[in-house]
Design a protein around this ligand. Structure first.
Ligand code: SME
Length: 164
């Protein structure tokens, strides 16, 4: 098994045990952030954004101070929501309208987080200080880990409208 795949499988097992004991959405998200930020190589910022009024608003995160709000429709987070798909950006300087919260950020991955009606209620955003740090193994591993978040908790969040 590839080294990164094996790492994700260990982190998944750890997250599963920890998230079972967490009784709120914020506790589950904060735990995921801490696991990923401290255990994955080059994960420079890990966090969630939620629906704001006309923008996305930052939720729990680990890493340097982030943008509080992401105005529609700029940046990678909004692009993932609008296209309804996870996005891997190998070089953020080549992504049109990328929102740079920190100059050290070089590559990025964003995954939509869905409620039980398959509406997007949050995104998981991860920045790396290395170029091209994310691939299909990250997509798969991260999708498994966010799948551990309790859907009942996610159902309490307002869906993000693609036309905000
Ligand atoms: N780069 C993101 C903004 C959030 S930060 O990376 C923490 C974007 O373009 O949506």
């Amino acid at each position: 098994m590839d080294k990164k795949t094996a790492k994700y499988s260990r982190l998944y097992a750890q997250a599963r045990l920890l998230l079972e004991k967490e009784s709120t959405l914020i506790a589950q998200m904060a735990t995921i952030n801490a696991i990923l930020y401290h255990k994955m190589q080059g994960f420079f910022w890990v966090g969630f954004y939620f629906a704001g009024n006309t923008q996305l608003t930052v939720g729990p995160y680990q890493g340097p101070l982030a943008c509080q709000n992401l105005p529609y429709p700029k940046g990678v987070c909004w692009a993932a929501i609008i296209q309804n798909t996870p996005l891997v950006v190998p070089d953020v300087t080549r992504f049109p309208n990328h929102i740079a919260c920190d100059r050290r950020s070089k590559s990025e991955i964003v995954l939509p987080v869905y409620n039980s009606l398959n509406e997007t209620v949050a995104v998981l955003d991860i920045d790396s200080d290395k170029l091209n740090n994310f691939n299909d193994i990250d997509l798969y591993g991260l999708r498994q880990i966010i799948g551990l978040i309790n859907k009942e908790y996610l159902n309490t969040l307002p869906p993000i409208h693609k036309t905000n």
